[in-house]
Design a protein. Structure first.
Lengths: 109, 242
């Protein structure tokens, strides 16, 4: 079994999956901040995207820029087959770990 | 690869007032790897232009932008981290050279300064290894320990560098660069291991070249010592001032 993805890696991968064709740096950053309910630094997201791309879990392509971004190109991200597999394996592993623990852990929340 | 649509934004005064500070943009572009120099500044520009500046006002939007630039400062071993490593290599080489020089010249209290030079060398080497192999806990402990050891002499030594001359000026210039780089890379790196305290200590560590034994004035250090075998053959060249 592959390594279990880290929490932030899962958040970024799931966000890329959720955004589909609209997944580029800015939208991913905003969506991750909303989902995690905290202000996320751009460096954390881009570093994670870079790492996931090196691992082959996502792929990217450049597209035309717009006037609202000074004409600069956008880099769109897409989940690779290996990324899907890693997400599925991570979910299965975590569910397996949680199976024997009562929720909420330690009694009533 | 460069894909351009148009440069509509920034073409009039309103656009200029809503764009991020140019120096910060320029700094960001130079810090990033070539493949990201279009997309990441573009993303931040878009967010600044469309959301932050209209909602927060220019000053707070600028603060937001600065924070993003700092968080990207050492985006995956970028040029900043590499530069810091080169600085640490310089510090390491300096400590070795100065340690050897002290041993050859043997001025008063040379043993103490050799001790400091050895500590500095160990600290620089630990910092280099820390940057290369951040996952090793022992290295983090070494770096932090070294930082604590050298914090107090460093403060006193800053004053001594002010009257610098010769190699002191060179080392001082490198120290200033090293300070900036280490603060940027170690304090604001989002994926750096360890707690914030750890990173503060590591940043201090990277600037331990302020040690008094290393950056003191060369002429003061080369006062004649009758114990130095090397000086016997070079005394006319180095000891005339003393």
């Amino acid at each position: 079994m592959a390594d279990i993805l880290g929490g932030f890696e899962q958040a970024v991968l799931l966000t890329v999956l959720k955004l589909g064709d609209g997944a580029y740096g800015r939208t991913i950053l905003k969506e991750v901040s909303i989902c995690l309910n905290r202000d996320v630094a751009a460096g954390a997201v881009y570093a994670t995207l870079d790492r996931l791309e090196v691992k082959g879990l996502i792929s990217s392509r450049l597209a035309l820029g717009t006037p609202a971004r000074g004409g600069r190109a956008r880099r769109y991200y897409e989940l690779a087959a290996a990324g899907m597999g890693a997400l599925n394996e991570t979910k299965a592993a975590l569910e397996n770990l949680w199976r024997h623990a009562a929720w909420p852990v330690g009694g009533d929340a | 690869m460069t894909l351009r649509y148009s440069t509509g934004a920034g073409s009039n005064s309103e656009a200029t007032s809503k764009r991020p500070p140019r120096w910060a943009e320029s700094l960001l572009i130079h810090m990033l790897k070539p493949r990201d120099r279009e997309s990441i500044p573009g993303d931040l520009f878009e967010e600044y232009w469309e959301e932050r500046a209209p909602a927060l006002g220019r000053a707070r939007a600028n603060l937001w932008y600065y924070r993003q630039v700092l968080s990207l400062a050492s985006f995956h071993g970028g040029p900043m981290k590499r530069s810091l490593m080169y600085m640490c290599f310089f510090t390491l080489a300096t400590s070795v050279c100065l340690g050897l020089t002290e041993n050859l010249l043997r001025p008063p209290l040379f043993e103490v300064r050799i001790g400091w030079a050895i500590l500095l060398g160990v600290a620089s080497l630990s910092t280099i290894l820390y940057l290369v192999l951040p996952e090793y806990r022992l290295l983090r402990i070494l770096v932090s320990l070294g930082a604590v050891l050298m914090l107090s002499p460093a403060i006193g030594a800053i004053a001594m560098t002010l009257g610098g001359e010769g190699h002191t000026l060179l080392i001082g210039a490198v120290v200033i660069l090293q300070l900036s780089l280490s603060v940027l890379t170690l304090l604001f790196v989002s994926d750096a291991p360890g707690s914030r305290l750890h990173r503060v200590l590591a940043a201090v560590m990277c600037n331990s070249i302020f040690l008094p034994g290393v950056v003191r004035r060369p002429c003061q250090s080369i006062s004649c010592s009758p114990d130095s075998p090397w000086l016997h053959s070079h005394s006319s060249r180095y000891c005339s001032a003393a």
